[in-house]
Design a protein. Structure first.
Length: 132
């Protein structure tokens, strides 16, 4: 299997601070200049969870005591671009599996994003308003 891993230092100059690349090439549903595509399809050492559809890893700028990102392996720009109902269900189930793994059932907050970086991702965070 061909590795699509791209070091983060090589990706950031391409995507810039806005998260929008100067150019994009997509092969096998993986963007060559997308940070989350590189993480989701690269080195598995920093992953906290994975399956064939998605991966989960710790956010580098956590906003709570537990802050994990769930990212589809396939490049999907944002929630509006997610038009495959089966894949949508599989992603929600992936988020649920990560919640269970982190023992955050009924004590979590989920944000769905695809703005800072043009790759759909789910923030799974502990929520201090609930018992953890």
């Amino acid at each position: 299997m061909r590795s699509n891993f791209v070091p983060v230092s090589a990706v950031f100059p391409l995507i810039g601070e806005s998260g929008r690349g100067r150019f994009s090439f997509c092969y096998n549903n993986i963007m060559n200049d997308c940070l989350f595509c590189a993480i989701a399809n690269g080195d598995r050492d920093n992953l906290v969870w994975e399956n064939e559809i998605a991966v989960a890893f710790n956010d580098i700028h956590p906003k709570s005591s537990v802050h994990v990102l769930v990212v589809p392996r396939q490049h999907i720009k944002n929630i509006d671009a997610l038009d495959d109902e089966k894949l949508a269900g599989e992603l929600i189930m992936a988020v649920r599996e990560v919640i269970a793994l982190l023992e955050l059932k009924e004590a979590n907050k989920i944000l769905i994003q695809g703005i800072e970086l043009d790759h759909l991702h789910f923030h799974v965070m502990s929520d201090s308003r609930y018992k953890v």
